[in-house]
Structures are given as structure tokens and as C-alpha cells.
Design a protein around this ligand. Structure first.
Ligand code: PMP
Length: 397
């Protein structure tokens, strides 16, 4: 008997794909889920990924054995170097415990479980944050609290309030930060602001936990997008990082990610790693191989890494062009200010549309974005930008 189960609501982000698929309007536009599209609106496989696929296919040493609980050690090494830098002191000192994870989402959940196990009761996240952060951490048994981050009134970071909130967080608490291209707002602290955040968190003995889901995708420059993480490491934080390779490498469905924690010394790193493995084994035993091997093939080869950075920059640049075109089209003949669309970076435009306006966009124009007004710029193309801007003007007039 299964009658005790009630119908659950559709997922606020992924559920949009289901409604979109059922919509028979030929002009329909999906700007909900954050997945990069070509200017023809089609899924995009990076040429360097195609190349890595060919290389891997030709290796007759490739097999389908299990990976270890912590994943592919070569992938983990390359992933950590990608985030912290090849010359990173903490990596050389063997102070970092790292595992391959089921992309960013899986890494976040492993971190939540690990924190709970280590006696942590709460985690702080920015307000707003990526919607899934909250249930991931709650389901791991943590209380989720928020620090102020973004002021919707003027579509800008509320930095002073953020700092004030950080100063009031009890010491040894874990605070989640978006490494770059904050989702959903597209607004990051400046370099000077990051320096201040680092200092406030050091003075308050807080533990930074970077969610790095857009490295290379934000600015088109992978080391630059890791600026905040690397600066915090320089400042001596024993921080943690979760990495996703979904967006930057376009490997969404392959579930490629990594979780790493900087510890005091090699022996502490080994203990933390053992706890990560004990957390993972009863959840899913070990991560999948294919995507991680693609990333290793690329990051393990100088030319393919250069190609990757160029191709990532191309995606970032197409999105920036779309930001300009969307803003220009929206401001044509209107008096509303849409400057924030070009000020924001990364995959999303945090449009400022109300939930009523979002529903009208969906019902009257078959344009699907999340209720908070977040528009995936990756789904905007030269073909649909005017349709989208006309519809937005219509629902906001
Ligand atoms: N963190 C943030 C901030 C994200 O935007 C996303 C993807 N939307 C993720 C984590 C996780 O994505 P994935 O599980 O595909 O890596």
C-alpha cells in the first residue's frame, strides 16, 4: 500500500523543462534551467570534449571497472589544480582532502553530511542563493541560515549589510560563498570586497565553503574566475570547495565534480578523506567514470586545455552579446532601467521581474523562467531575443 504518499510539487527549476516540453507554441523559449545553447538554440558539445572523446575511445586500456570510492585520483589531482592553481602550496604540502563527486550537487550533499558528522548544526548561505542549496543542506540535517547579499530594490550587492551579517555569525560556522558568477543574481563582490570578506571571516574564525560552478564560464578566463578561492587560500583559510564541471565543460549529464577541504597537515587530510569516503560509500558507492576521464584528458594536455579556455571564452562572449542585445531591445521605447542585465555576469540575468510577471510570460508568451525572475541568458539567441524583449515589455507595461 502506497497511499500515504501525496503528490509533490514540481521542482521549481527542473520542473520547467517538463512544462516546456508540453507547450505546443512554436515560439516557445526555455530560459529556465541553466544549460548553454548555441545561437541556434541547440545543446552544445565543446570541440575539446569531442576531441577528448575520440582520444579516449581509441585507448584499448579503457575499461568499465569501478572507480574507487573517492573517484579517479588523476581527475581529482587535475580538478584541484584547476581550482587552486598548479603551483598551489596547500596542494604541494598534501594538506587537501579531495574526492570526485556527482557533480556540484553531489559534492554539496557529501559536504552537508560531513559537516553534520563533524558536529556542525548550521550553514550560512547568501540571500538569495541557488534554490537547491537549501534542500540539499536541510536534507543533510543542517539548519540553513542566510546572510544578506543582494538588494532587489536597486539590483545591486548590499555589501555593507553582508559584512555586518558575517560579523554576527558565531565562530567556526561554515559559510557558503559563490566563487564566481553568483547564481541567481550574477553579481559578484569586487576584488577589494573579496579582500574585506576574507578578513572579516578570518577575524570571525568562520569557515569559507566555496561553491565553484562556473569557473571559466564567468569571465572566459578560468584562473581569473578562481581569484577569490586562491586569495582566501593565500590568506590562510582552511576552506572547502565544491566544483562542478557541468557548465564550463558542458558535461551536464555526465555528473562531473569534486569536493576538497584544506586541512592543517597531511595527517589531518588523510583523516578527513577517510570520513569523506565513509560518507560516500553507503550513498552511491563510487562516482561514474566517463565524464571525469574527459575532463582529465583535457586538463592533462596543454593544447586541449588552451582549446578549452578559448571555447569557454566563446560561450561567455556569446552570452555577453546577448546581454547587450536584450538590454538594448528592452530599453527601446521604454523608460524602465535594464542596466543590471549588462552589469551581471555568468549564466543568468536576475531580471527583477515579479512572480506575477513571470507567470504572464509563461502563460501568454510561452517563455519559461523561474519565479524569481531569473532568466538563463544561455537560452537567449539572436533569433529569440526580440520575441523575449517584446514579451517582457508587454508583461511589465
Ligand atoms: N551550484 C550552483 C551555484 C549552481 O548554479 C549549480 C548548477 N545550477 C550547481 C551548484 C550544481 O550543478 P551540477 O550538480 O550540475 O554540478
Amino acid at each position: 500500500n502506497w497511499s500515504q504518499y501525496e503528490m509533490g510539487p514540481p521542482d521549481p527549476i527542473v520542473g520547467l523543462n517538463e512544462s516546456f516540453a508540453l507547450d505546443d507554441n512554436p515560439n516557445k523559449v526555455n530560459v529556465g534551467v541553466g544549460a548553454y545553447r548555441s545561437d541556434d538554440g541547440l545543446p552544445y558539445v565543446l570541440p575539446c570534449v569531442r576531441e577528448a572523446e575520440k582520444i579516449n575511445m581509441s585507448k584499448d586500456t579503457l575499461n568499465h571497472e569501478y572507480l574507487g570510492i573517492a573517484g579517479d585520483p588523476n581527475f581529482v589531482k587535475l580538478a584541484l589544480e584547476f581550482a587552486y592553481g598548479e603551483d598551489s602550496g596547500v596542494l604541494k604540502e598534501g594538506r587537501v582532502a579531495g574526492v570526485q563527486t556527482l557533480s556540484g550537487t553531489g559534492g554539496l550533499r557529501v559536504m552537508g553530511e560531513l559537516l553534520k558528522k563533524g558536529g556542525h548544526k548550521e550553514i550560512y548561505v547568501p540571500n538569495p542563493t541557488w534554490g537547491n542549496h537549501i534542500p540539499i543542506m536541510k536534507n543533510a540535517g543542517l539548519e540553513v541560515k542566510k546572510y544578506r547579499y543582494y538588494n532587489a530594490e536597486n539590483s545591486d550587492l548590499e555589501f555593507d549589510n553582508m559584512v555586518q551579517d558575517l560579523k554576527n555569525i558565531p565562530e567556526k560556522t561554515v559559510v557558503l560563498l559563490h566563487a564566481c558568477a553568483h547564481n541567481p543574481t550574477g553579481m559578484d563582490p569586487t576584488a577589494e570586497q573579496w579582500q574585506e570578506i576574507s578578513k572579516v571571516m578570518k577575524d570571525g574564525n568562520l569557515i569559507p565553503f566555496f561553491d565553484c560552478a562556473y569557473q571559466g564560464f564567468a569571465s572566459g578566463n578560468a584562473p581569473k574566475d578562481a581569484f577569490a578561492i586562491r586569495m582566501f587560500v593565500e590568506d590562510g583559510h582552511n576552506l572547502a570547495t565544491v566544483q562542478s564541471f557541468s557548465k564550463n565543460f558542458g558535461l551536464y549529464g555526465q555528473r562531473v565534480g569534486a569536493l576538497s577541504i584544506i586541512t592543517n597537515d597531511e595527517s589531518e587530510a588523510k583523516k578527513v578523506l577517510s570520513q569523506m569516503k565513509m560518507t560516500i560509500r553507503p550513498m552511491y558507492s563510487n562516482p561514474p567514470k566517463h565524464g571525469a576521464q574527459l575532463v582529465s584528458t583535457i586538463l592533462g594536455d596543454k593544447q586541449l586545455t588552451t582549446d578549452f579556455i578559448d571555447q569557454c571564452a566563446d560561450m561567455a562572449s556569446r552570452i555577453n552579446d546577448m546581454r547587450i542585445q536584450l538590454r538594448t531591445a528592452l530599453e527601446e521605447g521604454g523608460d524602465r532601467n535594464w542596466e543590471h542585465i549588462t552589469k551581471q555576469i555568468g549564466m543568468f540575468a536576475y531580471s527583477g521581474l515579479s512572480s506575477e510577471e513571470v507567470v504572464k510570460l509563461r502563460e501568454n508568451h510561452s517563455i519559461y523562467c523561474t519565479l524569481d525572475g531569473r532568466i538563463s541568458m544561455a537560452g537567449v539567441t539572436t533569433k529569440n531575443v526580440n520575441y523575449i524583449s517584446d514579451a517582457i515589455k508587454e508583461v511589465t507595461k
